[in-house]
Design a protein around this ligand. Structure first.
Ligand code: CAA
Length: 259
């Protein structure tokens, strides 16, 4: 599929997906959401070991869902628009590879929700985060009420959502919405550096660890622990476990093949 609103770059085993809608600060209309869904659904996660999501240009990651499209919607279409984003973002969250958001500017509404569907976020010092939806007469619609509360706790999530206020990158760092803040010109290098470290590790082990962390959140302790026991056991059925441990004992770097 040819994309109108996505720019895709491949750097060996690292893919970069840039949302690119320059006239609207990369706002998410339904075509962008369908393109994201298509890209993520068809991503070859054997070839691509890490996905980085960012915004095109210097000003915005994504400034939210497209208000000029939403202004015309009624209840049924509003529900369907919300579903479209939610399904695409859930696919990002459950990809069997790490997904890092490189938040390079405005990260508002649906943009913040896109960033939160990633495994973690690094931000430029110029980034601004917020869920301004109630100021437009709507709730967050791409799973922001769920993921923001999960990430920063209900207190901060409710404060951000009820006030609609935008917070700076240093505040986002303080409340745990982002893992690190860098100067704008350093951001991509730092994200790439982290991605490279992940590429060097065993991909199936990362996929199992991601699944355990994602799924255990909604489980009771005994089920979450059992999930990890099972994943740990499955690692011992992989070539990468033999290679990783043999390489350690032979004092050489491991070469993982993802089997
Ligand atoms: N939807 C549609 N167009 C948008 C947009 C959005 N979310 N955000 C920005 N734009 C457009 C502006 O309308 C403007 O277009 P024109 O040049 O044609 O006038 C262009 O992008 C540049 O924006 P500004 O001139 O406003 O730039 P600024 O620097 O003065 O302000 C901003 C930047 C603070 C991000 C401001 O654009 C803004 O507040 N944007 C809207 C943010 C927002 O409310 N996001 C949440 C949307 S609702 C949502 O996301 C629902 C959901 O959860 C699914």
């Amino acid at each position: 599929m040819e994309y109108t609103f996505l720019k895709i770059e491949q750097h060996d085993q690292i893919a970069v997906m840039k949302v690119s809608a320059p006239k609207s600060l990369n706002a998410l209309n339904s075509t962008v959401l369908k393109e994201i869904d298509d890209f993520v659904s068809n991503l070859d996660t054997k070839q691509t070991r890490v996905l980085i999501i960012t915004g095109d240009g210097e000003k915005a990651f994504v400034a939210g869902a497209d208000i000029s499209e939403m202004v015309h919607l009624y209840e049924k279409e509003g529900y369907e628009f919300s579903k479209l984003g939610a399904i695409a973002f859930r696919k990002i969250e459950t990809l069997p590879i790490p997904v890092i958001a490189a938040v390079n500017g405005f990260c508002l509404g649906g943009g913040c929700e896109l960033a939160m569907a990633c495994d973690f976020r690094y931000a430029s010092s110029k980034a601004k985060f917020g869920q301004p939806e109630v100021g437009l007469g709507i709730t967050p619609g791409f799973s922001g009420t769920y993921r923001l509360a999960k990430l920063v706790g209900q207190g901060y999530a409710k404060e951000m959502i009820y006030t609609g206020k935008a917070i700076r990158a240093d505040e986002a760092l303080r409340i745990g919405l982002v893992n690190a803040v860098y100067e704008p010109e350093e951001l991509m290098d730092k994200v790439m550096e982290t991605a490279q470290k992940m590429v060097a590790n065993a991909p199936l082990a990362i996929a199992y660890a991601k699944q355990c962390i994602n799924e255990s959140y909604d489980l009771i302790a005994d089920d979450a622990i059992e999930l990890e026991n099972t994943a740990f056991g499955k690692c011992f059925a992989t070539e990468d476990q033999k290679e990783g441990m043999t390489a350690f004992l032979e004092k050489r770097p491991a070469k993982f093949v993802g089997k």
